[in-house]
Design a protein around this ligand. Structure first.
Ligand code: SAH
Ligand code: SF4
Length: 368
């Protein structure tokens, strides 16, 4: 079955014309999906025969929820989805007083292989199609709509390297921003990347001013080669130049992410190197305390170490914040619920048949 979101607006209009329906019906369909509809049946302002025809030809989503976990007293919800073909990805909804943010996946697995990251530990699966990316957001909106909330921000910080799935990611950003669907302003969308320079340059030409976040983690090539292996191909000086050029072109302040690994990149030397790299640049540093991943040699820093490093970076004249560690109880760091499910699958075999939850936006399996 064809996922409705795999059709562009003109394609849906064409299908409607073939079924003797006016083009404005497309807007109605997108609006329902944008409000979190999970079936065509619910789309009450469409004629019944049209709803039935849509249900014959399309599915509202291709994602099948496999597991859901909650944390922070229900403020954080993480869902693991099975994709067509059997790979799985995760997305995390984080509720705040003034906004609701979705952390979204762009690939099943990741080809970059950073040694501290749970996602990088599994063999790379596949790129997500743009509709599979957008469907994560539509499903989050479904969840939030029930609570009288609206999805307001999207960060590409789930599984995968968005710049290694460039075309689908850019298409999905345009779709997320479409006022007829979810209407999330590109300024409220963050693309986080390990630093694929040619794609950063290409993104600057797309005229979608998304916020760029660079996963820096080290400010000397020798250490970054180890922590973010793509650095061997795209080293620091060139990466910063490309990133700052993106910032100037789009008028967006760039964020630099720094996962704090105790004793590895949280020393005075690291703070000095970071200062030297970014001094005088329009940039923001985001410190992320490491969320421990089994089987890696890394450890989370203590609160005192985090505070000390923040002060050292501030002393360099840089703008710096510590990211809150939302969702730790829900294993919400990059790839960890996925890891747990993968492990239990390896032990027990596949948990259930494919197709069992074909209306994937319904109550997710395993939630109770
Ligand atoms: N591949 C992209 C986006 C997904 S990862 C990237 O690397 O930027 C999103 C962020 O989570 C990155 O900054 C990444 O370094 C960080 N991250 C990965 N594993 C983590 C962990 N165990 N604890 C804390 N942050 C982690
Ligand atoms: Fe991939 Fe990002 Fe994880 Fe590195 S940190 S392995 S680039 S998902």
């Amino acid at each position: 079955m064809v996922p409705i979101l795999s059709l562009s607006a003109p394609e849906l209009e064409r299908w409607l014309a073939e079924h003797d329906q006016p083009a404005y019906r497309a807007k109605q369909v997108w609006a329902w999906l944008g409000r979190g509809a999970t079936s065509f049946e619910e789309m009450k302002d469409l004629p019944k025969p049209l709803r039935e025809q849509l249900a014959t030809d399309f599915v509202a989503t291709s994602l099948r929820p496999l597991a859901v976990s909650e944390a922070d007293d229900g403020l954080t919800t993480k869902t693991l989805y099975e994709l067509d073909g059997g790979h799985s990805v995760e997305a995390v909804v984080m509720r705040y007083t003034d906004r609701s943010t979705l952390c979204i996946s762009s690939q099943a697995g990741c080809p970059i292989g950073c040694p501290f990251c749970a996602t990088g530990k599994f063999p790379f699966g596949r790129n997500l199609k743009s509709n599979e990316i957008v469907e994560q957001a539509v499903d989050a909106q479904r969840l939030l709509a029930r609570e009288g909330r609206r999805l307001s921000h999207v960060v590409f910080m789930g599984m995968g390297e968005p710049m290694a799935n460039y075309r689908s990611v850019v298409d999905s950003v345009r779709r997320l921003a479409d006022p007829e669907l979810l209407g999330i302003s590109p300024r409220r969308i963050v693309l986080s990347t390990s630093g694929l320079i040619p794609r950063i340059e290409q993104l600057g030409g797309e005229k979608i001013p998304v916020t760029l976040a660079i996963s820096l983690h080290a400010a000397r090539d020798e250490l970054r080669d180890e922590l973010v292996p793509i650095n061997r191909k795209y080293p620091l000086t060139e990466l910063i130049a490309a990133t700052q050029a993106y910032g100037e072109k789009t008028g967006r302040r760039v964020s630099y992410e720094w996962v704090l690994l105790a004793g590895v990149n949280d020393t005075e030397r690291d703070a000095h190197e970071l200062g030297a790299l970014l001094k005088g640049k329009l940039a923001h540093v985001n410190l992320i305390p490491f969320n421990p991943v089994e089987g890696t040699p890394y450890h989370a820093p203590s609160r005192a170490q985090v505070r000390a490093f923040k002060e050292m970076v501030e002393a360099q004249g840089l703008n710096v914040t510590v990211r809150d560690t939302r969702g730790r109880e829900a294993d919400a760091a990059c790839g960890q619920l996925h890891e747990r499910v993968m492990r239990s699958r390896a032990e027990k075999g596949p948990p259930r048949n494919q197709g069992e939850a074909s209306d994937s936006a319904g109550t997710p399996a395993g939630v109770g």
